[in-house]
Every structure is written in C-alpha cells, then in structure tokens.
Design a protein around this ligand. Sequence first.
Ligand code: PMT
Length: 400
Amino acid sequence: MLAGKHIVLGVTGGIAAYKSAELVRLLVKEGAHVRVIMTQHAQEFITPLTLQTLSGNPVATETFSLTQESEIGHIRLADTADAILIAPATANIIAKLAHGLADDLLSTVLLATTAPVLIAPAMNVHMYAHPMVQENMRKLASVGYGFVEPSEGFLACGYEGKGRLADPEAIVEELRATLTKKDMRHERIIVTAGPNAEPIDPVRFITNRSTGKMGFAMAKVAWRRGAEVTLVSGPTSLDPPRGVRFHSVRTALEMQKAILEAYPTATMIVSAAAVADYRPAHVAPQKIKKMGGNFSVELTRNPDILGELASQKGNRLHVGFATETEHVLENAVRKLRNKNLDMIVANDVTQEGAGFAHDTNIVTIIDRTERMETLPLMSKDEVAHAVYDRLLAMKAGNGE
Ligand code: PMT
C-alpha cells in the first residue's frame, strides 16, 4: 500500500518527536520514500541526523537555505508528496495551518501542497482540550484534513489524560487509509471472521483452525476504502482493526445474534467466519470427569446464519467464503445457490499458502452468474481488495 509512495513527514517540537524515528522506520520498511521536514523546535528533541539516517534522505529544516533548496526545493516537496503526515503535531502547527500562516518551511509546504494531510497531535492534556485548539482542529477537519486522535495515558509533562501521540502503528494504518480510494464510503458492511468455540463443559470446547486473518483483512480493507464496518469475530489472537465496530463472540448463536443486530442497516455482509455447523447438544455445568471406555458428545445443528438471512436480503449483497479440500468449485457453487449468495470466495485449503492461518490465500471468486475467476497467490489484504472491486463493479452493473 505504501510501497513507492512519497511521504513527507513533518516533525514539530514536542517530546513525542522522538517517536518520529519509529514512524520513519515503519514507513521505510513498507517501501515508502520518506522526506522529513523538522521545525526548529523539533530539533531540540531529536537530531536531523537521526531521521536522515533512518529515512536515507536529507532532512529539510530551513526555507531559505541555498543548499537545502537546491537539494530538495520546498515546492518540489509539496508537489511530489503523495501524502503529508505531521507527527507529532503541536498546538502551534495546528493553529498556523488553521489560519493559513507560512512562517517556516513546514507551514509553507503545508500551504503549497495539494496532497492529503494527516495530523497526529501530541501535547499537554489541557492544551489539547483548550477550546481554541479544538476549534482549530474542527476547522481543519471541515476542509478535509485528517486526524489521528492522541491516546490517553501518562504524559511526559506529568499529567494523565488525552494528549499522547497515537501509537506509530496506528498512525501508519491511518496513513494507508488516507491513501486508499474511498469508493466504499456509502457501504455499511458486516464482516464475520474467525472460528466458533462451542462449549462441551466449562473447560472444553469444539473449534476449528480459522485464525480470523481473512475476515480481519476484509474488515480492515473495507474501512480503508471508506465503509462503515461491523466486525463480528469468534475467538482470535488478533487486535481489532482500526476504525471498525468490533463484536467479540464465541459461539455460532452469539455470532448470529450480533449479526442480526447490525443487519437491518447493513448494505453488505461478508462472511469469512468458519462458523461451527454443530454444537454440543448439552453443555455440562461442571467439568466432565474421565471414565473408563469411550466417550461421545452428541451434537446438534447450529443455524445456517448466512442461509437464513437469504429471505430478508432485499438489495443487500451477500458474500460467503467456502473452505474446501475436494471438489472445490462444485461445492462452492452449491453453497452459492443454496444460500442465495451474490458471490462466494472458494479457497482450497490443501494448497500451499491458502486458507487457514496464512497471511496469503489462493481463491476462486464465483459470482451469482457462476462466472469464475481464479486469482494467483496473494496477501489476504489483496484478496479483500479484489473481492470489493468485483462487488462494486457488480453494484455499478445493477445501476445501484
Ligand atoms: O481465518 P483464517 O485463518 O484466515 O482462514 C480463513 C478461512 C479459510 C476460514 C476463510 O477464508 C474461509 O474459507 N471461511 C469460510 C469457512 C467455511 O468453511 O465456510 P462453510 O463452507 O462452512 O460455509 C459457507 C459460508 O456460509 C461461509 O461464508 C460461512 O461463514 C457461512 N456459514 C456457514 C455455516 C453456518 N452455520 N452459518 C454460516 O453462515
């Protein structure tokens, strides 16, 4: 996503300036070309040499330096940027931008650029809450500037509250979203992910090998593309993606309940969860003790969540996933028909790099006309983009 992008990182004078080193490292790791601009006060907290070494590019600090201007050129910085990130952003740079001031290199570049600008404020808790700072941020947000909210916690100034620079990973994720086309901003989408854990007794359950990676990628990419996302997930070890409404569930019945709550206002449902088809018919209230001989658990059917929604579908798009180990396409088409889906994404989990737990997948996308397209090995994020591209094309074809 960030590979090959030209990112200008503006660093302003606050104690969180030291975290800009980690930001530069993360951006460079993703393959971005990073040019850093430091204000005079930022250089009191971290040296240009550190950021120059990490970014592999000269750091710009002065507007009227002949050497810097010939090496970089402030208008060229403004023109070539795919995005500008200000992290940390002080109350001062926010105020200058909100009032159109250009009295140093960073503020000048910010007025000269047409690239999207993302601002990650970091300051004392009272400064952040100050009505003028809040007013300036509202003003900037209203004309399209993006913000990554500071987090709450212990601040270097000794106070506790909101004002800490957001986590660098969260800032980079917001930057990815900033650079992604917002072609799903009219969608309200439910994504399901992960396995279910169906209890046998208080200490045992039945589950499957889903890790949630595919569903989380579907949720994350939809959010980056501007959708409002509700992610309903069974137990996983993953952190919920930024920006999504997250429901953590265990059983298929809990998953169904969470889906039904969000469904009336949804425009799409993408079900990547490996929903448990069966659950123990009786859950023992106490731990079951070992006995001689065999032991069996009677299973009862869980509802077919996606299948049961077919009758109330209306204009919504329904997308299923199918994990198969044999007769992959025939089985997937049968599910597409039985559940009245608009699309099914089949993965043959016997293929190396496909299905459970991998960061990659190999899928065949089958649409409601049963047209099939097999995609090569790609990351689960790329699979998510491919699925949404085809769903949006399907909607456009319907005149929706
Ligand atoms: O989580 P990962 O480790 O990244 O792995 C991803 C994955 C392999 C789990 C995922 O890509 C995938 O294939 N998910 C579907 C798993 C599956 O086996 O689905 P199914 O064939 O049982 O069901 C077909 C569809 O109906 C699915 O969309 C499923 O969510 C839904 N379903 C199934 C059963 C049920 N009772 N209710 C349902 O809604």
